[in-house]
Design a protein around this ligand. Structure first.
Ligand SMILES: Cc1cc2nc3c(=O)[nH]c(=O)nc-3n(C[C@H](O)[C@H](O)[C@H](O)COP(=O)(O)O)c2cc1C
Length: 172
């Protein structure tokens, strides 16, 4: 996605609601709620059957998604701050809780619940993502996630937390 595909304009959603989507095990969207449609400006038929990366904003580092998928594939839930792109190039920030869903030991897919984040968290993570993206952009593709995650892990250690999830759980 090109930088020219985004407007820089932030949109907001109702703090009493959640933006919800559900996917199959590969991340293909299988269900969305009305709030997601309202905020992103997509029609339901444009989202169902698409990859979740249709929502990806170019400011989001690749390292975060690698961490997300690693966490989900290990069977754990993922928490994180997301800057998502709307259909018209605007964006919105959300705090996402993504979890695997199983039935009788079989992985059915994943579900994401996104709520309005605290403003100071948006400011903190926007800064982190900017640093991570800058590192990724000057690194060959195959090493991008490694360098940006290394930076994040160093920051987490400086905060005195053992890992990403512990920090997220403390910030809830
Ligand atoms: C349930 C679920 C929800 C997701 N929600 C988002 C989201 O809101 N925004 C986003 O950019 N990626 C989301 N992803 C991650 C995408 O599948 C994808 O890994 C990410 O957008 C990076 O895509 P890319 O590597 O093709 O650029 C979600 C994945 C799952 C399984």
């Amino acid at each position: 996605m090109k930088r020219s595909d985004v407007t820089g304009n932030e949109v907001f959603f109702d703090p009493r609601t959640f933006i919800v989507s559900k996917s199959d095990p590969r991340g293909i969207i299988t269900q969305v709620n009305a709030t997601l449609l309202e905020v992103t400006g997509y029609r339901e038929d444009e989202l169902l059957g698409s990859q979740h990366n249709i929502l990806r904003h170019p400011d989001m580092p690749r390292g975060i998604f690698e961490l997300m998928w690693e966490t989900l594939r290990s069977g754990d839930a993922f928490y994180g701050f997301m800057k998502n792109r709307c259909k018209n190039g605007d964006h919105y920030w959300a705090f996402a809780y993504v979890k695997p869903e199983h039935r009788g030991g079989e992985l059915l897919g994943y579900r994401s619940f996104r709520r309005v984040p605290q403003r100071e968290m948006v400011e903190l993570w926007a800064g982190h993502y900017q640093r991570m993206r800058a590192l990724e952009e000057k690194t060959p593709t195959r090493d991008q996630c490694r360098v940006s995650r290394q930076w994040l892990n160093k920051w987490l250690r400086k905060q005195g937390v053992p890992d990403y999830k512990s920090w997220m759980l403390r910030s809830l």
